[in-house]
Design a protein around this ligand. Structure first.
Ligand SMILES: [Zn+2]
Ligand SMILES: [Zn+2]
Length: 368
């Protein structure tokens, strides 16, 4: 079928809206009419070929929300008309997938960034020539997308679908880091470094968990103001504060139990470790480029401190995303406050605003 999508023709080229041909669904696939798709840093990293496997022309987008349009012959869990969110792909057969660690799928990177299905076939074509992407096995920057049923998540129909795409990646990355990986008890302290879409999702989850104090650190005043509105008890502007580590230790009565690093800046990771109480845990969410080194003092780890990375919030999407949707409906995860809508035709402006930090979570509305 014909679709309208945003195509990147070569490394770092602008997005161009074009008409493409979408493949028919295979037995285990669904076609989703995309209503809206979040834009993540990872889409722009793909455009800029941070990942050497990326091939062009390509369609990006991996936070798609929409309505099931058609299902493959073997799909029994979905029917046309279902409201869905498309999440990250996993192979289902590797050692990590078999032990429910599908967010650490050993073949995950190829499935996310490789540009094709696992067997090398493409999802899209233009004038008979292949168009790559298959980004996170969905390429949601278009009016329709192919997704495997396995990582397609049904959501309740009374939820505002156009806001739900970000749950597929940045939302569950931040919220899951807190609710699935750290599992804080009420009254435990947390500091969040970098309050973009991921950091603010972590912050909303920390509020749900009852963390106190919740310290937000960022370099943008407007993001810190939003952090306070969403539940931060303290905010620190990293640009103007003379002693960020000292300030946080004071707020936490010697340090904080948990820290989240969502900025991908090596110096900030160091600070996120230094603010921890003994036996505290720092989770790394910021996606740094390959080859980025960070340093910290070894004695910090001797006191039982843990530093670990978390991908996709340790979420099993089919279980965690519906939970987040319930939180949205209960007013506890006000994702509406971090979203800025753009028409698909304005995707280059959305990307520029995202890179400038003026839009926290751009969401592209598809022409219907
Ligand atoms: Zn796997
Ligand atoms: Zn993402």
């Amino acid at each position: 079928m014909q679709i309208t999508a945003a195509v990147v023709s070569e490394k770092s080229a602008p997005f161009v809206i074009d008409t493409l041909e979408l493949s028919k669904p295979r037995a285990d696939e669904v076609i989703v009419r995309v209503v809206a798709s979040g834009m993540c840093q990872t889409d722009l990293h793909g455009r800029d070929q941070y990942f050497p496997v990326t091939r062009f022309p390509a369609v990006f987008g991996h936070e798609g929300a929409g309505v099931v349009h058609a299902v493959g012959a073997a799909v029994s869990d979905f029917a046309p008309g279902d409201h869905v969110v498309m999440s990250y792909p996993w192979c289902g057969t590797c050692e990590n997938c078999r032990s429910r660690r599908m967010n650490y799928c050993i073949n995950g990177r190829g499935l996310k960034m490789g540009g094709t299905r696992a067997d090398g076939s493409t999802l899209l074509a233009r004038d008979g020539a292949p168009v790559y992407g298959a980004y996170f096995q969905q390429s949601s920057f278009g009016t329709f997308a192919l997704s495997q049923a396995r990582w397609t998540v049904k959501v309740r129909k009374d939820a505002p679908l156009e806001y739900l795409g970000p749950l597929a990646c940045s939302g569950q990355t931040g919220a899951g880091a807190v609710l699935n990986a750290l599992t804080p008890s009420p009254g435990e302290s947390i500091a969040i470094f970098g309050v973009g879409a991921v950091g603010l999702s972590a912050l909303m989850a920390a509020k749900i968990a009852g963390c106190d104090p919740i310290v937000a650190v960022d370099v943008h005043h407007h993001r810190l103001a939003l952090a306070r509105e969403l539940g931060a008890s303290h905010t620190i502007n990293h640009k103007t504060a003379a002693d960020v580590v000292g300030d946080i230790r004071k707020i936490g009565g010697g340090g904080v139990r948990y820290a989240i690093e969502a900025s991908a800046v090596p110096q900030v990771l160091r600070e996120a470790i230094e603010v921890l109480l003994p036996a505290g845990t720092c989770v790394l969410l910021g996606s740094a480029r390959r080859g980025t080194d960070a340093s910290f003092e070894m004695p910090y780890l001797q006191q039982g401190r843990v530093v670990r990375g978390v991908v996709q919030g340790d979420s099993v999407p089919g279980e965690f995303i519906p939970k987040l949707v319930d939180y949205i409906m209960d007013g506890k995860f006000p994702i509406q406050k971090i979203v800025t809508f753009y028409d698909l035709a304005d995707i280059n402006r959305a990307a520029a605003d995202s890179e400038a930090g003026t839009a926290i979570k751009p969401v592209l509305r598809m022409p219907q």
